[in-house]
Ligand binder design. Structure first.
Ligand SMILES: *Cc1c(COP(=O)(O)O)cnc(C)c1O
Length: 381
């Protein structure tokens, strides 16, 4: 089955008791048993819920994976992967990471005795000097947030497999429509479902997809033991959102390209970070591992003063100033004070994330209106 067909049909069946075409919201905490331990696969809803199960199957299919697990947030999903580790284990990850992941790694897991190496993985060989017998996990995020750097998943997997290191990829920015890390050899794909998969800015949720059955069982054990599971209402909303994922992504990509090109040609704009540009340092890798370049981009103003960037963000109208991304409506974000505020300033600057950087999540509105809005706003700075 191709992607759009899977988005609509995979894992989803009409309700057997009524024929309802839409998956019902099984709003229940428990299930009645015929005799002790004798039930239809559902005992208690932390462990399993039919609405959530259909969603998990659907997301797994979109990532060409065998097993899916949903969590109450993207961070809940990431946390479940890290719970596979033991004190003394080491993790290699990139230095251009979602702020919440950085916070979880450094403020929660370092305290639990896990060591993290933050390095520039746009050159995969940079990880070689950090690998030792304790290295257990490689955590990749590509495209990266907010600088849109691209990491070569296949090249990283090749090195990791040589050293028996598991590879997890945060695929939130690409969505399964643009990139499928399991096909490139990764062991785990993580999504903040809150973003493109949900797509309508109305749900917080996370997901993991794997192929290995033992790994799935270990993660399902963690999900049930630790309990960060999503409810059936949210599962329904995401099932509904995913039915248009392919249509939304096509428009996100189309609008993203138009806006990246518009900004790049504007005299008041400094640098535009978008992997679709042929002179983007990782363009070749992006072209190889992604189907298109997505609707996320960042830029600076030529006049690089922070107050100019703030004036821009206060005056723009169709782009709402808000955290998050991947919804139908366009958003604008100031990484230094919003999504990436949990990264120390020194670290941020060292990694190229300046105070004046502006990030756009380009929505699916008519791009002419979005460009007009940017044009009007640029005239004011
Ligand atoms: C939002 C986000 C997360 C965290 O997901 P939540 O659903 O907010 O917990 C992780 N990684 C990336 C790249 C994100 O954008």
């Amino acid at each position: 089955m191709k992607f759009g067909t899977k988005a609509i049909h995979a894992g989803v069946e009409p309700d057997p008791s009524t024929g309802a075409i839409m998956t019902p919201i099984f709003q229940t905490s428990t299930y009645v048993q015929e005799s002790p331990g004798k039930h239809k696969g559902y005992a208690y809803a932390r462990g399993a819920n039919p609405t959530r199960n259909q969603l998990q199957k659907n997301i797994a299919a979109l990532e060409n994976g065998k097993f899916g697990l949903c969590f109450s947030s993207g961070m809940g999903a990431t946390d479940a992967v890290l719970r596979l580790l033991n004190p003394g284990d080491e993790v290699i990850t990139s230095n251009d990471l979602y702020g919440g992941s950085y916070r979880l790694f450094t403020k929660v897991y370092e305290r639990a005795g896990v060591k993290f190496h933050f390095i520039d993985l746009t050159n995969p060989e940079n990880m070689l000097p950090r690998i030792n017998k304790n290295t257990k996990l490689l955590w990749l995020e590509t495209p990266s947030n907010p600088l849109m750097r691209i990491i070569d998943i296949q090249a990283c997997v090749a090195i990791a497999k040589n050293h028996r290191i598991q590879v997890a990829v945060d695929n939130t920015f690409a969505s399964p429509y643009l990139q499928n890390p399991l096909d490139l050899g990764a062991d785990v794909v993580m999504h903040s479902v809150t973003k493109y998969l949900g797509g309508h800015s109305d749900v917080i949720m996370g997901a993991l997809v794997v192929n290995d059955e033992q790994l799935y069982k270990d993660l399902a054990f963690i999900a049930n033991s630790c309990g960060a599971v999503p409810g059936p209402q949210d599962s329904f909303l995401v099932l509904r959102g995913i039915k248009t994922l392919h249509l939304r992504m096509e428009r996100h990509c189309f609008n993203g390209k138009k806006i990246a090109e518009y900004l790049r040609n504007h005299s008041k704009v400094g640098k535009v970070y978008w992997p679709g540009f042929e002179d983007h340092p990782n363009h070749t890798v992006a072209k190889k591992q992604m189907k298109d370049f997505g609707g996320m981009l960042s830029f600076t103003l030529k006049d690089d003063r922070l107050e100019k960037a703030i004036t821009f963000m206060e005056n723009v109208e169709l782009f709402s100033l808000a955290e998050s991304l991947g919804g139908v409506e366009s958003l604008i974000n100031h990484p230094a004070s919003m999504t990436h505020a949990s990264i120390p300033k020194e670290e941020r600057l060292k990694n190229g994330l300046s105070d004046s950087l502006i990030r756009l999540s380009v929505g699916v509105e008519d791009v002419e209106d979005l460009i007009q809005d940017l044009e009007n706003t640029l005239a004011k700075v």
